[in-house]
Design a protein. Structure first.
Length: 155
């Protein structure tokens, strides 16, 4: 029988920390490893591949819950492909929504920074906007109809 990998070797090969491996085992993303007669954990090449799969899915922004489902579907055949496609499409829509939110946040921050640079009076326009709930356009996650901080235009 070929020699297996230690947790440290597995971590190095997969590009994760040993604590990440323990966490994934606890979360059911990685199966508990076999043990030697002396109680040492023994990992396999399949574990390396699984960890790399998890890392790539995380890089695409999938949650651990979604990754668990993807792993479950990985060997389920052609029916699974449609489920995975729908899940990826749903995730893509979430990413697009986050991008829109980040673009709005960028616009507000840019305007606040510009107002601060142009401000010559008492106080700080950024701090004023943060203190005044009705003048802070990002508090509700929406910029529609938000009032501006004194001396600024945040719309």
């Amino acid at each position: 029988m070929a020699r297996g990998l230690t947790r440290g070797e597995l971590a190095r090969r997969a590009g994760v920390r040993p604590s990440t491996i323990r966490y994934y085992e606890q979360q059911g993303l990685l199966p508990r490893p076999a043990r030697t007669a002396r109680g040492y954990r023994v990992y396999t090449e399949a574990d390396v591949a699984r960890l790399r799969f998890i890392r790539r899915a995380q890089a695409l922004g999938f949650s651990l819950t979604a990754i668990r489902e993807l792993l479950r579907l990985e060997n389920a055949g052609t029916e699974a492909a449609e489920v995975v496609r729908r899940q990826a499409l749903r995730h893509l829509q979430e990413v697009r929504q986050r991008l829109q939110d980040l673009q709005r946040l960028e616009a507000v921050l840019s305007q606040l920074v510009a107002a601060c640079a142009a401000h010559r009076g008492e106080g700080c326009p950024i701090l004023q906007a943060l203190q005044e709930a009705d003048s802070f356009p990002y508090a509700s996650g929406s910029f529609e109809g938000a009032a501006s901080a004194p001396g600024t235009s945040l719309r």
